[in-house]
Design a protein around this ligand. Structure first.
Ligand code: FO1
Length: 312
């Protein structure tokens, strides 16, 4: 029975999802994945954050890049490039199979939730992996070069354009995925964990779903967020650059303010001595940097121990 609901984007979030998956018994964890990064490319339906979580929990993720599969081959991409095809978004040969199969099933009318569940079971993942919505939500980045589709900003332009803001196209017409909504309206959750993904591009699309914040409040389960910023630096990706461009100090205090009253606990690294605003959130200080699998397990254990104390 699901007792921990984790909200995750790609790389950073998937690391904690792995720690939780390996610490909790099968069936206790559900990971809700951002789909704002999804896009149609070369005729395929691509869901990068779902795939990063799935490959990570299945133990077949590419540890160097953080996305795609380990031990990948690139015959398809090389042949495509030779033909003058679009090769800016790298699709490995084995990774390609997932995009082909997802696209086939979507064309048959299956939902992204159903397809994702078939795939995670096929890869023997014990935890549930759930898209945030079965309806399309597309993050677009307002930049100094105009409004860019997410993957054009993130991959094609390598996050270079200065960020002004974000749009989550379609979010107002989207619903939380049925299983996501079911877990939020149930009374079994011990906690909702906001993984250390980029708050702006990975977590905010999920929180922007109609009624989501209210559903979190109504559920009553404590919301625990892990800061993706440590001592003025972002652990991964463009988070720090984005915060500077958005005029936000690159500090855990900005993260605390960003999540505000939504969270009950903010998890901050031992080494971070930032003065934190009084948002009402409890502060849990521990080691939040995850390099090794042992780090991921240790952080998951710390968070779950904290959750237990909140139950009493
Ligand atoms: N990120 C890159 O920087 N370059 C790529 O060529 C690339 C390909 C790719 C293929 C499949 C996939 O699931 C993810 C991929 N990513 C790539 C990462 C992706 O852009 C990001 O993981 C998310 O969208 C942000 O978390």
């Amino acid at each position: 029975m699901i007792e921990i609901l984790a909200l995750s984007g790609g790389i950073g979030g998937a690391k904690l999802a792995l720690g939780l998956d390996r610490t909790l018994p099968p069936g206790a964890l559900a990971v809700v994945c951002n789909t704002g990064d999804d896009f149609q490319h070369l005729g395929f339906a691509i869901s990068p954050d779902i795939d990063t979580v799935i490959y990570t929990l299945a133990g077949i993720a590419n540890k160097e890049t953080g996305w795609g599969r380990a031990n990948e081959t690139w015959t398809f991409m090389a042949a495509l490039a030779d033909l003058g095809g679009e090769s800016w978004f790298q699709l490995g040969d084995a990774d390609l199979a997932l995009h082909v199969e997802r696209t086939r099933r979507l064309a048959l009318g299956e939902t992204l939730s159903a397809i994702t569940d078939v795939i995670r079971r096929r890869l023997e993942i014990g935890s549930e992996v759930i898209p945030m919505s079965d309806q399309p939500v597309r993050t677009r980045v307002q930049t100094s070069e105009g409004i860019l589709p997410f993957q054009h900003y993130f991959v094609k332009r390598r996050c270079r354009p200065a960020v002004r803001g974000f749009e989550f196209d379609g979010v107002d017409m989207a619903q939380p995925a049925p299983r996501f909504a079911e877990l939020l309206t149930g009374d079994r959750l011990k906690a909702v964990i906001i993984c250390p993904s980029n708050p702006f591009i990975s977590i905010d699309p999920i929180l922007a779903l109609p009624g989501l914040r209210q559903a979190l409040r109504n559920n009553g389960a404590p919301v625990v967020a892990i800061s993706p910023v440590i001592n003025g630096k972002a652990v991964k990706g463009p988070t720090a650059k984005m915060m500077v461009e958005l005029g936000l100090p690159v500090t855990t205090a900005s993260i605390a303010r960003h999540y505000g009253e939504l969270i009950d606990v903010l998890v901050v690294d031992h080494s971070d001595d930032t003065e934190l605003p009084a948002t009402g959130a409890q502060i849990l200080r521990t080691a939040t940097l995850m390099h090794s699998d042992a780090d991921k397990l240790a952080l998951a254990a710390e968070i779950l121990a904290c959750v237990e104390t909140l139950q009493n």
